[in-house]
Write a protein that binds this ligand. Structure first.
Ligand code: AMP
Ligand code: ZN
Ligand code: FE
Ligand code: FE
Length: 312
C-alpha cells in the first residue's frame, strides 16, 4: 500500500512527500535537549557525524545554551561543520511564526535578554498547563516534566510525561487532545513580533528564515512584512513536503528573492517515520547562499561564524 502523504509534520504515519534527488549535505534545522529535542548537543553531533551531512545547524527554541557543547563536540569531527542557530518563537498577525536563524553571535546582550524573557514565560506557562491538567484529573510530577528540559521548556516535555503516565498513547495525541488552542491544557505564551525578532537577529549578526511555512496562516502577508525588514530565507525543503508544497514555497522564494532553505527539524522523538538528519534538506550550496546574505548584511567581521569553504 502506498502511504498517503498528508503533508502533516506531526503525523507520524505520513511518508516524506518527495525525497530530494541530491545528497543531503546540509541540515539547517535541528533541536537538542537545550529545548525540546531528546538528544543532548553532544549526542546530536555524534548522530550527525554518521550521516551524509557536512553542515548542521543547532537551532533550539529560544535558547543558545546548547551551542557551546555542540560546537566543542563537533571539533572531534573535521568533516562536519557546526553552524550556530536558534528558532525564535514569533508571531505575525494572528499566526504563529517560527524563525530559524543562523550565524548569530550568542554573546549578544539584547538577544539574550529577550530570550531570557521568552524562557521565563515558557516556564510559567508550563506550570499553568500542569495545573490545568491536574484539575481535569491528569496529575503530573513537575520533576518528571522537566527531566530532559535542559533550558527552554515546551509542550513536548509535558506531552512526553503524559505518555509516560499512560494518559495518552502518543505525543501527537497529547497535543491534539489537550495542548492545542481550544483544548483544556492550552495556555498561550509570549512570542516576539516577527519584525522585532528580525531586528534582534540582525543586531546579533545573524540572518533569519521562515520555518515550516505551511504553519504560517497567511504566508503572503508575512512575506510582505518581513522581506522589507531583511528576511533572508524560507524553508522549502522541510517537514514532509511533497512536490506541490515545494513548488509553492519555491515560487515565493523566487518572487521575494529568498534563499530556499530547510532541514529535518529533528527532535529525536523516536516516532515511526520521523525525519532524521540526512533524510531531508536543501540542496548543497544553501549554506553558502545564506552566508553570502549574512556577509552582505553585516560584513565578514560582523558575523558570528566563519564558513569553512573546504567543506562546500
Ligand atoms: P511549544 O514550544 O510549547 O510551543 O511547543 C512547540 C513544539 O512542539 C514544536 O516545536 C514541535 O516540536 C512540537 N509540536 C507542535 N505541535 C505538535 C503536535 N501536534 N504533535 C507533536 N509535537 C508537536
Ligand atoms: Zn520543537
Ligand atoms: Fe518550529
Ligand atoms: Fe524546530
Amino acid at each position: 500500500m502506498i502511504a498517503r502523504n498528508t503533508g502533516a509534520r506531526h503525523d507520524p504515519g505520513a511518508a516524506l512527500g518527495t525525497a530530494p534527488p541530491w545528497e543531503i549535505r546540509e541540515d539547517l534545522h535541528l533541536h537538542t535537549n537545550a529545548s525540546d529535542g531528546v538528544l543532548s548537543p553532544t549526542e546530536i553531533v555524534e548522530f550527525v557525524s554518521g550521516t551524509s551531512l557536512r553542515f548542521f545547524a543547532v537551532t533550539d527554541h529560544d535558547t543558545t545554551s546548547g551551542l557551546d557543547e555542540a560546537e566543542t563536540a563537533s571539533e572531534r569531527y573535521p568533516e562536519i561543520s557546526f553552524i550556530p542557530g536558534i528558532e525564535l518563537s514569533s508571531e505575525i498577525g494572528e499566526s504563529e511564526l517560527h524563525l530559524v536563524c543562523h550565524f548569530v553571535d550568542r554573546r549578544n546582550a539584547a538577544l539574550q535578554a529577550e530570550l531570557a524573557l521568552l524562557r521565563e514565560d515558557r516556564e510559567t506557562k508550563a506550570e499553568e498547563i500542569v495545573e490545568r491538567l491536574a484539575e481535569i484529573g491528569l496529575p503530573l510530577d513537575w520533576g518528571e516534566v522537566v527531566a530532559n528540559a535542559d533550558d527552554a521548556i515546551g509542550r513536548p516535555h509535558i506531552a512526553r510525561a503524559m505518555v509516560a503516565r499512560g494518559y495518552v498513547e502518543t505525543v501527537s495525541d497529547a497535543f491534539s487532545r489537550y495542548l492545542t488552542p481550544g483544548k483544556p491544557g492550552y495556555v498561550s505564551r509570549r512570542k516576539l513580533e516577527g519584525t522585532r525578532a528580525l531586528e534582534l537577529v540582525h543586531g546579533a549578526g545573524g540572518v533569519s528564515t521562515i520555518a515550516h511555512p505551511r504553519t504560517v496562516r497567511d504566508i503572503e502577508e508575512a512575506l510582505e512584512v518581513l522581506v522589507p525588514c531583511g528576511l533572508a530565507g524560507i524553508e522549502v525543503y522541510a517537514e514532509k513536503y511533497g512536490s506541490d508544497m515545494i513548488d509553492r514555497y519555491s515560487a515565493y522564494a523566487d518572487r521575494y528573492g529568498l534563499v530556499k532553505s530547510g532541514g529535518s527539524d529533528y527532535h529525536a522523538n523516536g516516532t515511526v517515520n520521523e525525519i532524521v538528519p540526512g533524510m531531508n534538506g536543501p540542496p548543497p550550496g544553501t549554506v553558502r547562499s545564506l552566508y553570502e546574505r549574512a556577509v552582505k548584511m553585516h560584513g565578514v567581521d560582523g558575523i558570528g561564524y566563519r564558513l569553512d569553504e573546504s567543506l562546500l
